[in-house]
Design a protein around this ligand. Sequence first.
Ligand code: C2E
Ligand code: CA
Ligand code: CA
Ligand code: CA
Length: 278
Amino acid sequence: MPFRTAFPLRSASGTASLPDDHEDTLRGRLSRAGARGEFRLHYQPRIDIDTGRIVSAEALLRWQQPDGSLVAPDDFIPEAEETGLIRSIGAWVLEAACRDCRRWQQIGLAGLPVSVNVSAVQFRWGDLESVVEGALLGSGLDPALLEIELTESRALEDSDTGGQIARIAATGVRVAIDDFGKGYSNLARLGELDIQTLKIDRFFLHNIEEDDKGLALLEAIVGLTRRLGLEAVAEGVETPAAAARLAMIGCSRAQGYLWSKPLPPREFEHFALAWEPL
Ligand code: C2E
Ligand code: CA
Ligand code: CA
Ligand code: CA
């Protein structure tokens, strides 16, 4: 496995135990990681199961250590959110993803969009629109080729996100709800938000191969998505059987290890250029 946890992150009780500004703390290292150029984006293709084409790519953040190992986002994003460092990290992610996507347009992958994860905390600051705009202007990327992914809990549980989402959508950027079905959301808000995509949490994929109830649940979510005029994307597809089931219930967009793990930028480009639709 390429990832490891490089730091004593927090005690079992959930409280960070190291002092704030010591050279070797997670916080200290994280605060210097941007300036040291230690962040990397990997890209995972989103596939259209019906046509076999790559329809998009999701940018997933990694933190490269001096020894070359990569730390997974779940091991440092919570700290980045608590400390506010996510603000500069998130801006870097948007800029780098827009730059990479702009490059794809010029190397034979014209029309391939990029999807970027945005933290709830970035949203709370209220300046996400200008950060997005800056990344688009800086890269020259067509806004229609950018999608931002916002977790369900943030988008559906917080009443003042609707306006921000609408303003971002008005610029032509697409908005996706990530991890859908994981929380206890206010479903009524789904129809009110200016979103285009629902990413179904991979929890729902777990049992669909043998469990009829799991499949029924997934089918209901896909049906709801379609009725709302949204695109459903299944996450965490690992087997051909799961992909076949998804196609059967009308969910043709999916991501997962079945097709590819997230890849470093150049590897992803080679993968996408060499990809043959089924
Ligand atoms: P997510 O957005 O739900 O991303 C999907 C996660 O599932 C990724 O983990 C991906 O590598 C993994 N995955 C993809 N296909 C499969 C599969 O077939 N099976 C399994 N078991 N896993 C699969 P990753 O890269 O470790 O990212 C974890 C989370 O960190 C992401 O979940 C996202 O919430 C967050 N994240 C990643 N990059 C960023 C970023 O740039 N900014 C922010 N704010 N959050 C990020
Ligand atoms: Ca995501
Ligand atoms: Ca997700
Ligand atoms: Ca997630």
